[in-house]
Design a protein around this ligand. Sequence first.
Ligand code: ATP
Ligand code: MG
Length: 436
Amino acid sequence: MRLSQYFMPTLRENPTEAQIVSHRLMLRAGMVRQASAGIYSWLPLGFRVLKKIEQIVREEQDRAGAQEMLMPTIQAADLWVESGRYDDYGKEMLRIKDRQDREMLYGPTNEELITDIFRNNIKSYKDLPKNLYHIQWKFRDEIRPRFGVMRGREFLMKDNYSFDLDDEAGRRSYNAMFVAYLRTFARMGLKPIPMAADTGPIGGDLSHEFIVLAETGESEVFYHKDFETFDALIENAGQDDLQSVVDHWTGLYAATDEKHDPAGCPVAAADLKSRRGIEVGHIFYFGDKYSKPLGAAVQGPDGEAVTVQMGSYGIGVSRLVGAIIEASHDEAGIIWPESVAPFKVGLLNLRVDDAACANACDDLYDKLSAAGIEVLYDDRDERAGAKFSTMDLIGLPWQTAIGPRGVKSGIVEVKNRATGERLELSPDDVLTRLAG
Ligand code: ATP
Ligand code: MG
């Protein structure tokens, strides 16, 4: 992509409405614009990141055996009346009337709708287990939308729902998601800590929040210091070792401030860390809380009706864009982990009025693109200093620059955004270095 043609409205000044660094940087890098309080338009650069995050979430759901579908954003109120949550949900729910005066709502979550689909279509134990997910916009009319996309009113969530015949199988599904979540966040360069959580309005008796540490996190969290040495990119999580992985991760103390009890905390003060954190995912096992009132049952092996055991699992896909920036930035701007970067490489033409320089850049751009590498090519008529600052701001993992001096000696300057390491390479070496 040529920057001269790309829609990326960067800002030089810090926008005054943004209180935290990720919000400031997302506005300054031209990733999002606010449409109204807590509701954002995703501009091309931000949208690319959102899609990359979504794709990692999707791959890990698929790997864990969940199946993707898509439910609508607008739901009929009836099902919520049936489950008893229509009144409970209160003002967070955006209620809408259609032209027939029917009560509708913009879904804040989907337990009711998926359970309805299940009960109408799945009748036998032979069809279990089932684990279904979608990645869809949600609306919650938060009292205080703030921090940009981190606490929006409209936000993108991956949510899925597991259906099992009995409690043991239900807990296996929960474990599979627990491990999938660790992998998902690790692949985005994050260090997640699962914490025993209150189940709130979703209900149930088993629940974990996945927290990533950041100074601006909304909740205070407490955890055993050994968590910092754990590797969340769990390679082999077959059914057999799922439980041992989960036991390993839940064996150490970790709790949000809601649950933490200083008097009853089993960890010695020297081993206990207290930091702030951002909730990026939340999983629940709630057994028959929805399946019972909604009558989601299958015919069991002996012909008797069996109410299914359910869990639900959410990841804040749009919140993650902000959370990753909170976890990975410096004074100059964003530092994207390669897995979610909008482009892998920035290419800077340091002298656009120099024909040889432009040719060398065009040539490298073509070669990198042909090798399947995503490149943002700064071919604008701007000062070199401004180009480097823009690249630092938008945080692409690699910067490659060619100026008149480099053209003469056949050299490309390469900078690694995260480490600051600089190399001087021939165009061919740039290609081998950045491919793959
Ligand atoms: P929170 O405690 O942050 O309000 P929640 O517990 O109400 O979130 P869940 O129902 O567990 O949220 O939703 C699953 C995930 O969706 C959360 O872990 C979070 O990452 C994301 N999420 C929830 N509310 C918002 C929001 N207002 N804006 C952006 N993402 C959100
Ligand atoms: Mg939650």
